[in-house]
Design a protein around this ligand. Structure first.
Ligand SMILES: NC(=O)c1ccc[n+]([C@@H]2O[C@H](COP(=O)([O-])OP(=O)(O)OC[C@H]3O[C@@H](n4cnc5c(N)ncnc54)[C@H](OP(=O)(O)O)[C@@H]3O)[C@@H](O)[C@H]2O)c1
Length: 266
């Protein structure tokens, strides 16, 4: 008889599951037997991901295409999930984007859209599914922040601030949930191969000289393992860990100058 997989009977909702880290996070959950709800805006890509993971890992997967940056989108997503008779055990808040450049002259819709997606939708979804997790004493939340969360980011100010929120919020919830059986982890990747860089424009800054980006697959695996062991924060890769660990000890002005330099055009 086949051994029961850890996630069997549970459902993981993964946002931003059409490309990049989200696809690989979804695969980590599927591999362990979790059924999936995959969401992002690109319906065709979501369907491709779902079909592949269903065939490979023998799980169920539904796709719900929507723009999580719109006001109330989290509620609409939750209603759609309930209408399909599904519940959520694990919420993976992965959808997010950044834009590099000076705040002066930046596009207001892009800046505010980052807050709507990276912060507002993440908080809204967590608030919706959190009580059920606590009641069931299982599951939890895996939030994707960034190494950007550990310091302010001149020339990418709103993105860094949005990820600082994600880190702070996640750590606080980790403590609130301690001892309940509900896990909370915050995955903080450094540069990772995905479409993020195209949208963010970070390929044109000195950030690209900081070494080879990690693969989305290895980042996702680290995040998944951290979540399973209820590790509060996971920074991916030794160099990223060292830089994030140093940030609180550097004089603030030095830190701001360093990030300003890294985020400057190459
Ligand atoms: N790659 C990096 O270097 C890096 C480093 C640190 C942290 N991160 C974080 O990792 C997370 C995943 O990013 P990634 O690197 O995998 O980038 P990605 O390949 O661009 O993936 C972003 C995902 O978010 C979805 N998304 C974007 N806007 C959305 C919206 N308005 N509504 C719903 N879904 C939306 C995208 O799908 P659609 O376009 O189909 O909607 C896609 O599935 C993000 O939170 C990012 O901030 C990335």
């Amino acid at each position: 008889m086949a051994r029961k997989r850890k996630g069997e009977g549970q459902v993981a909702l993964v946002t931003g599951a059409s490309t990049g880290i989200g696809v690989d996070l979804a695969e980590c959950f599927a591999k362990d037997g979790y059924d999936l709800i995959l969401t992002a805006r690109s319906e065709a890509l979501l369907k491709e991901v779902a079909e592949r993971l269903v065939a490979k890992h023998k799980v169920k997967a539904v796709t719900i295409a929507l723009d999580l940056g719109q006001q109330g989108a989290g509620r609409r997503l939750a209603d759609e999930i309930a209408a399909r008779g599904l519940s959520v055990d694990v919420l993976v808040n992965n959808a997010g984007y950044g834009t590099a450049g000076a705040f002066d002259g930046s596009n207001a819709a892009e800046q505010l859209g980052m807050i709507d997606l990276n912060v507002r939708a993440l908080t809204e979804l967590t608030q919706i599914f959190w009580p059920g997790m606590l009641k069931n004493k299982r599951g939890g939340v895996l939030n994707v922040a960034s190494t950007a969360a550990f310091q302010p980011g001149p020339l990418m100010a709103v993105y860094y601030a949005s990820k600082a929120f994600v880190l702070s919020f996640s750590e606080a919830l980790w403590r609130e949930a301690l001892g309940t059986g509900v896990h909370v982890s915050c995955l903080c990747p450094g540069p990772t191969v995905s479409k993020f860089r195209e949208r963010a424009g970070t390929g044109r800054t000195k950030l690209k000289n900081l070494g080879t980006p990690m693969s989305a697959q290895s980042v996702a695996r680290m995040g998944y393992r951290a979540f399973q062991s209820n590790r509060r924060v996971i920074v991916t890769g030794a160099r990223n860990k060292m830089l994030a660990g140093m940030a609180p000890f550097l004089p603030r002005k030095t830190l701001l100058n360093t990030v300003h330099n890294i985020q400057s055009p190459a």
